[in-house]
Write a protein of this length. Structure first.
Length: 201
């Protein structure tokens, strides 16, 4: 296989730091355990799927329907968005410069636009497959199949990168190559090895 692979990147905790473990519960004065006990997970999932809008999600964000300053909440998220580590932006820039087609394949609500406003990820990748836009979340196999179909590539011509092994396993099950992210330095080495062995035999 001599054609360069298409690269599909998860965003949160892979490209971008996710504030859910520290800053997000801290905003509400809660520990992480307290936050997860208080939050209504179905509302966020529906928001990520594009089934409800921001207003509806925020109104039922907590099980007890407590109210809070949504603008301040979004402002906190905006301030915390940053690259997951120091090597991620240089890695994306290198891959982009080498001509790889890079696409986001991510579970996230319309607030992905806040990430774009903060970090301008579109310099390096296309926001092609965000769950709120396409109505499917990982690890549903149809999200990987739809990405390959829309890009007109076979699954074996794509490499998927995600911090969650569950999502990587689902991608492999439909034929994609998948790399579980732990750090940009390790990812750089793993991508080079995979590209060399599978795409430049």
């Amino acid at each position: 296989m001599n054609q360069p692979p298409v690269l599909l990147f998860d965003i949160m905790s892979t490209v971008v730091y996710d504030p859910i473990h520290k800053e997000l519960p801290g905003f509400f004065g809660l520990t992480l355990d307290e936050f997860f006990r208080a939050a209504e997970p179905r509302s966020w999932i529906a928001f990520e799927l594009g089934e409800i809008d921001e207003r509806e999600c925020m109104s039922c964000f907590f099980r007890d329907r407590r109210t809070f300053d949504v603008d301040a909440f979004k402002g906190m998220l905006f301030e915390t968005y940053r690259f997951v580590d120091e090597g991620m932006e240089p890695l994306l820039a290198d891959l982009n410069r080498r001509g790889f087609a890079i696409h986001a394949l991510s579970n996230y609500p319309p607030w992905y636009r806040l990430i774009e406003d903060k970090l301008s990820l579109s310099r390096y990748l296309s926001w092609s497959f965000v769950s709120c836009e396409i109505g499917v979340r990982k690890p549903d196999p149809t999200i990987y199949e739809a990405a390959c179909s829309q890009l007109s590539v076979s699954p074996e011509s794509a490499i998927f990168v995600d911090d969650r092994e569950t999502n990587c396993r689902a991608a492999r099950a439909v034929g994609l190559h998948a790399v579980q992210f732990s750090s940009s330095d390790k990812l750089r080495l793993e991508l080079e090895a995979l590209i060399t062995s599978k795409f430049n035999p």
